[in-house]
Design a protein around this ligand. Sequence first.
Ligand code: SF4
Length: 920
Amino acid sequence: MTIERLSGGSDLQAYPPAEKWDDWPEYDVKQWPRRVEKRYMLVPTICFNCEAACGLLAYVDKQTMRVRKFEGNPLHPASRGRNCAKGPATINQINDPERILYPLRRAGGRGEGKWRRVSWDEALDEIGGRIRKAFLEGRRNEVMYHVGRPGHERVMDRILKAWRIDGHNSHTNVCSASARLGYALWSGYDRPSPDHANARFILLLSSHLEAGHYFNPHAQRIIDGKLAGAKLAVMDPRLSNTASMADYWLPTYPGSEAAVLLSMAKVILDEGLADLEYVEAWTNWRQYMADAHPGGEPSFASFVAALKEVYRDFTPAFAEAESGVPRGKIVEVARLIGRERGGFASHVWRGSASGNLGGWQVARALQLLTVLTASVGTKGGTAPHGWNKYKPVFWEEPPGQKEWNELLFPKEWPLSHYEMSFLLPHFLKEGRGKLDVYFTRVYNPVWTNPDGLTWMEVLRDESMVGLHAALTPTWNETAAFADFVLPMGHAGERHDIQSQETQSGRWVSFRQPVLRAARERLGEKHRYTYETNPGEVWEEDEFWIDLSWRIDPDGSQGIRRWFESPYRPGEKLTVSEYYQWIFENAVPGLPEAAAKDGRTPLEYMRRYGAFLIEKDVHGLDRKTVTVPEGAATDPVTGVVTAAGKTVGVKIGDEVVAGFPTPSRRLEIFSTTLKEWGWPEEALPGYIRSHVHRAAMDPAKGEMVLLPTFRLPTLIHTRSGNAKYLNEISHRNPLWIHTEDARRLGIETGALVRVTTEIGHFVNRAWVTESIAPGVVACSHHLGRWRLHEGEGSRWSSPRVSITRQGEGWLLRQLETLGPFESADPDSSRVWWSDGGVHQNLTFPVHPDPVSGMHCWHQKVVVSRAHHEDRYGDVFADTSRSMQVYWEWVAKTRPGPGPGGLRRPLWLDRPLRPADEMFRV
Ligand code: SF4
């Protein structure tokens, strides 16, 4: 394994060479100026502080066998040795004196703050017994697993399918469901994978240089692209750090982004910059013509004319009026994009897609530019994510479950992309079902989701949630309302397979418990990871295996067999065997690379932590497929089928793989939207957001609140116990434009009340020109709190009270942050007193009627604080929040759809049940 040398012909290396990872000397910084050498074993693992899965190297002190620090793993194909601040801060999380080290069982009412330590056996027996009873009584839909940070590939699919439940819930509908649906409707793949490093023009609807999705791997490749001459444009109402580095900042009014993108498409079409040959060959334009202009043989020229007509009104002047971005700038950027055929890379993930009603059309409109410039899957273009992502397979796959859980996929949202997860408490309150056993896993809906106080009400109610087990490495606001708090490992204390579409290329990486791996390198043998973790911290893989055996101790339910070893029939699977089988059998090229290195595949991954399966993946849609005997070609669509299955699509004279859509082409015209009740949105379009200017009443002082942006140094709930990170970032003031501040008589630091549809929060103002007039912004990464002593991290979370006030609840901070006594001397040096303000509690739910995504942006009124207000106050009326929920339910167009289907068979969904369950 080679590691890059520093430039300039130096002998110095940027990173310790892999051949010295068993014994690496460094001077002990604490002994300075004395030169006291320490010797380390370097063990790779994967960061768990965001979804990007960057490589880390743990420096294990060979004398104490404790982790001294985490740095980057230079052999990781995506992060290439680099990390953001959150990677090295993993050491804080591991050494946090406030962390949970033992299983806890509630000893009072739920949420009362009384706990007793229990054994793992007690916890597993009670939870396993309760699940077994539910299964034996046919109540499979009462068991649900709800995940915040997934952090592993496909393992939960296998477990929940083995349990035969439709019980997977995720956080996706408060994160990326909208953008995902937009991409999925185009190509069948729900994420983009831009090749930034080779792009000639990059357009970001995000803040990727500081925080966006796959932040660090993307940021370094955007800079690679820029250094090679690419131009960068950023569409963001805020002057983010990313926008400040762009060649073009397009400060769009929130929700107007699709109008600007379609205006750019119009420029590209009108000025003859589009690659029409590509559009003709690869889009399903014939289906559009057959639908919109039936009768007669459609010509491609008539389609182009029809398309121009559809987008006739999206003039740069219209886009300027909607967005506030000068029309000249929109035209200039459109021309630059249009000239870079094949080299246009772009990304939208949260931001405008997750903020607005109809945000999924932002992704549809952005992808239209990618298609018009023939940049789909090219070098320097934007590929479907599936081309660049590895997914493991197993020695045995349980079949799809014969269940359909209406708490996850209800009839109102037949096209929802992922589960309607943030509406779970509303569904339970309405009596749509109940839960007997509910797992939250690295998930904190009381704090992260909108309308968190409704979550609190439901979690307190044992008639709605029978048993709540929180699997978490840290305390969080939701764990406080659990029956069991079960401590799970941080990065470096657990196993996972990780692979993300960070670049053009496919890689796999291995998160592993570094102390276990270090000890095993020394020849020790360990059956369980908790043997080497601190306290009694488990890892989830071993938890689920053990729990499954307790649910089905004698194998009579047909569950246990899926958790038996592929190497020792009938015996309990070990975590090492699980990964051993995958690495030996299911990672192309790994066994050969490992053999060359004189290791087994598992040893190779334990040693280096990552493997590049394939680099520079392009053009998989054009891959020729073998056509079986008797195959038929549809004369209109060119789709080739054999034995009832689609095998490819005829493009020109060749049958190629195409895309996993019904037409096998890129669906500029979505027959799915047309057939499932949204015909007016079947082409990429512009839906006026719920915060469109027309919905604002300036006489009432209404403004738009952007609550979605990340801080580069924090990550939702998990960074609350990282002292380095909280020292850097600990307040989230309200960004407000100078003109608005002047109008309201507000100065920087002034206390302001921000009133939403269901309540208000009290924060301090930051007066700035980095935000548009009429728009305010507040990062969602701060404002942690704890109700009781011992239930949260004192680095970040002041104690609060939550008291009834009319139909609502008032949360009030009872203390400021400050020094505290603990095993870590740094806790007595905490100099910051502010932990920020929790705004999400004041947001009602806004489920988009198509994608199901929570539309995060809020219509608010900002005023100077009232005399009774205190910094950090949060008030929310949960009766009113139910009314807002029903107002949004009324916007839906419920299923079933064609053929009595609950949702289209071709659109994937997590934990896909048996096909027959799609029918009502
Ligand atoms: S971007 Fe930062 S937080 Fe995310 S995985 Fe990489 S190092 Fe960790």
